[in-house]
Ligand binder design. Sequence first.
Ligand SMILES: Nc1ncnc2c1ncn2[C@@H]1O[C@H](COP(=O)(O)OP(=O)(O)O)[C@@H](O)[C@H]1O
Ligand SMILES: [Mg+2]
Length: 399
Amino acid sequence: MAARRNKPLFKLSDITGDQQEASGGALGAGPATDNPRDTEWPPRRSAAVTNTPFANFGKIVDPSGALNFSGKAVVHSSGVDFSNGPSFAINMDQLQLGEELGNGAYGTVKRVLHKPTNVAMAMKEIRLELDDTKLNAIIMELDILHRAVHPSIVDFYGAFFIESCVYYCMEYMDAGSLDKLYGVGVPEPVLGRIISCMVKGLKFLKDELQIIHRDVKPTNVLLNKRGDVKLCDFGVSGQLDKSLAKTNIGCQSYMAPERIKGESQNALSTYTVSSDVWSVGLATLEIAIGKYPYPPETYSNVFAQLTAIIHGDPPELPDTYSETARDWVSRCLVKRPEDRATYAQLLSHPFLHEDARRNVDMRGWVARALQWKDEQKQQRRLRQQESEPLHPTDTLRPS
Ligand SMILES: Nc1ncnc2c1ncn2[C@@H]1O[C@H](COP(=O)(O)OP(=O)(O)O)[C@@H](O)[C@H]1O
Ligand SMILES: [Mg+2]
């Protein structure tokens, strides 16, 4: 399933004929940040800066090569210092690079070992495009990240900036993301525990930090072998520049109907916290049934798929699930945002009440899921070997 997570080169303007570019999409994702243009431009630039493409962004990149966000934070090659106190002094020299964990639209995620502390981390590389909005979005994400301390949110360990990339280090979740695990099958109690963690994390982000996630989907739900479930990529790193008019739409949209409609008309303000609730519902359905609920096979093109989200009946959990579970999902997948459940209502719904009273062996489920994932990998490798044509010299080899 994960293999199908390709992102076709497709723009909403192809569908709507809307050629206008939306702007400030990422900026709208959370609390307002200061405009880096207000930063005082240092009088002299070092060669290191003037020779890079960042020369034009002198208001942000200071002579030492640090990213300086007016009053918020400075990200440099040896860490990040937040103006409200904390500094995170992690830098590339302290890291031993490990395997690649995945690849998103903005760069790769690698496992790394922080040598001074022997802590395994996940390092996300974000190749910066030279655009104020994106730089602003990055710092906003970092600012949110270091304040978001909650059992259902991945820990933030630090960030640094080298050349044209920002690297940020977060808790390494050693079972990976949910999209690569749910294929093993997700029994109802496990489903309940996963969504209860997701909703608690989202409610924390909203109540304590006044932010909405905007990119709720199974690849942004991470698990570890202890059975913990945590969210990542809220704020913007996972969805910089995701304003629809500009962005390639994947064949799997988790966006609420009003968001698809609104953004196709450049009305970015249509996004509210209840749009995330729709995405939670869709992600829950996907986790339960083992595939994206609007399968690309069923729709001849992305337009048909988005039309189905806007105009069709919302998808439902199959009746192999309990009435309570089905009702919970249906409370998220309400097309009118005003009628969708709030996080508080979702948490006090009988389905999550049941979860709170239950012992769920998440550790056992994760172990089974990882074993299944390994077997799938092996089978894929075997199939690949079988389908590879014999090397020409093989046929000449005497038997
Ligand atoms: N902290 C982490 N620990 C383990 N794996 C991670 C972590 N963060 C991301 N990943 C993996 O890296 C992949 C790529 O992440 P990302 O660049 O955010 O793209 P996307 O979320 O769209 O897949 C994810 O799908 C996930 O499997
Ligand atoms: Mg992600």
